[in-house]
Design a protein around this ligand. Structure first.
Ligand SMILES: Nc1nc2c(c(=O)[nH]1)N[C@H]1C(S)=C(S)[C@@H](COP(=O)(O)O)O[C@H]1N2
Ligand SMILES: [Mo]
Length: 207
């Protein structure tokens, strides 16, 4: 896991009124650190597609234009990285996974208990489907009222803010639904299969 950039002198004591928003072991940062396991992949919007694939192989595929035509949400949320920075009140725009699942049902894609996000550049991460549904997760393409920067996952990234931020896969292109949980990039390397920051599920073997 890359080290956090913690620019400036911001201490590790939470600002007044924010302590209850800080999961155990976290500190607040105002920066937006960039953490990538490799170079930033570039894909043209003309070539970009998003695929939601069921466990039986049935798939729904959206082009960028089709994706943009889906109902979108505006989300303000806190982020928690396993390297211990948290960032409050980030502003996003994206399509809820609930919306994608509903649209994909017409194309024969059925829910399964687990999901694996696949990205340009080869990064993967696994998330239980229950953590992606119920208005808790999005494929986000807007940040701070602007298109999402490539460094932060543009054109589109997974946003699962109630789990550690490594689950929010940048440059996501496919969500693969699975009958059995399959470890992704960090999970294979000792990180937790679920990653709930409030339970401090950082590493394999944490409760
Ligand atoms: N494709 C991809 N997604 C990724 C990563 C990555 O290396 N590649 N890093 C993860 C980690 S560990 C974190 S903390 C966040 C960082 O997102 P940011 O660079 O926008 O802060 O992205 C997550 N998603
Ligand atoms: Mo991270």
């Amino acid at each position: 896991m890359p080290l956090p950039f913690s620019r400036g002198f911001r201490g590790r004591r939470p600002a007044p009124g924010t302590a209850d928003r800080l999961p155990p072991g976290q500190y607040e940062t105002r920066d937006f650190p960039e953490l990538s396991a490799g170079p930033t992949p570039r894909v043209s919007l003309a070539a970009w597609t998003f695929t939601l694939r069921g466990a039986d192989g049935a798939s729904a595929v959206w082009t960028w234009a089709e994706f943009q035509a889906l109902p979108r949400d505006h989300v303000t949320t806190d982020l928690h990285c396993v390297t211990k920075w948290s960032k409050f009140d980030t502003v996003w725009e994206g399509v809820a996974i609930d919306t994608l699942l509903a649209a994909a049902a017409d194309r024969g894609v059925r829910p399964s208990p687990f999901a694996l996000a696949m990205c340009d550049g080869g990064y993967t991460t696994n998330v239980p489907l229950a953590d992606l549904t119920g208005g808790k997760a999005w494929v986000a393409f807007g940040y701070d009222n602007a298109p999402l920067d490539p460094e932060h996952g543009g054109p589109a990234r997974l946003l699962v803010p109630h789990l550690y931020f490594w689950k929010s896969a940048k440059w996501v292109r496919q969500l693969r639904l699975l009958a059995r949980d399959e470890a992704g990039f960090w999970e294979v390397n000792g990180y937790h299969m679920r990653g709930d920051p409030w339970r401090e599920q950082r590493y394999t073997g944490d409760p």
